[in-house]
Design a binder for this molecule. Structure first.
Ligand code: SAM
Length: 223
């Protein structure tokens, strides 16, 4: 708790100028070290505190993008993209095209604003439910355990609890079906998993630990 409070204070207090923001993004593009604090300063102070728990840490995002994009123009879908951190990092550090789908409108609007303000290429952030997107239209998919929040909400309260659990089951089943239908060669990267069971045909080709989180690359093989 103490650590969380101290961190929130630091995050809220960190103000950057447009020039500092531009330099942080340039450094990211050039492959030089950028901290999460520096990157998250692109976002309004009240959202930065989400990053520590809900957004992919910068060094993991860099590595995830590298695993997702195996050739120029690879199209990547981030399922539950938050304020676009993974998509922005991916677009600045690889030659892939990143689309994020996110159900919280305010996060999407914030991400769209950052992308427009800095002219970041090859990023599209869309407001909506991931069940409306055809995963088959992409070469690669990224999940940072997007539906886990339902299980957390369920464990905190009895109110609406059954529906919360049903929603979690629907979302996870939907993803399992979409992954099962995907063509051979589909690459899927997860951080802390996606909450479901891998359909037949997927092989795990890489796994790396970052603190308590496991970053994995799975690929759909030829039948
Ligand atoms: C753990 S955060 C990951 C954010 C981002 N992908 C990243 O790595 O920084 C998961 C996000 O998924 C979103 N989400 C959960 N269920 C969703 C759904 N059914 N459709 C779209 N977004 C969803 C949440 O609102 C949340 O912003």
């Amino acid at each position: 708790m103490l650590r969380t409070n101290l961190l929130s204070d630091r995050l809220a207090g960190l103000e950057t100028s447009p020039e500092e923001e531009r330099r942080a993004l340039e450094a990211l593009r050039a492959g030089t070290p950028v901290s999460d604090l520096q990157f998250d300063a692109l976002y309004p102070a009240h959202l930065r505190k989400l990053s520590f728990v809900h957004w992919t840490p910068l060094r993991v995002a860099r590595r995830a993008a590298e695993l997702l994009v195996d050739r120029p123009g690879t199209s990547v879908l981030d399922v539950g993209s938050g304020a676009g951190k993974l998509c922005i990092v991916g677009a600045l550090t690889t030659s892939g095209r990143f689309v994020g789908i996110e159900c919280r409108r305010a996060l999407v609007e914030t991400g769209v604003d950052v992308v427009a303000r800095h002219g970041i290429p090859r990023v599209e952030l869309v407001h909506g439910d991931m069940s409306t997107v055809d995963f088959g239209a992409f070469d690669a998919i990224y999940f940072y355990n997007p539906f886990y929040e339902r299980l957390m909400a369920h464990s905190r309260s009895d109110e609406g609890s059954a529906e919360t659990l049903r929603r979690h089951e629907r979302e996870v089943s939907h993803v399992e079906r979409q992954l099962a239908r995907a063509r051979a060669g589909m690459r899927v990267v997860t951080f802390h998993g996606f909450g479901g069971v891998w359909p037949p045909g997927y092989q795990r080709v890489a796994h790396e630990r970052y603190g308590t989180g496991l970053l994995e690359l799975w690929r759909k093989e030829e039948a």
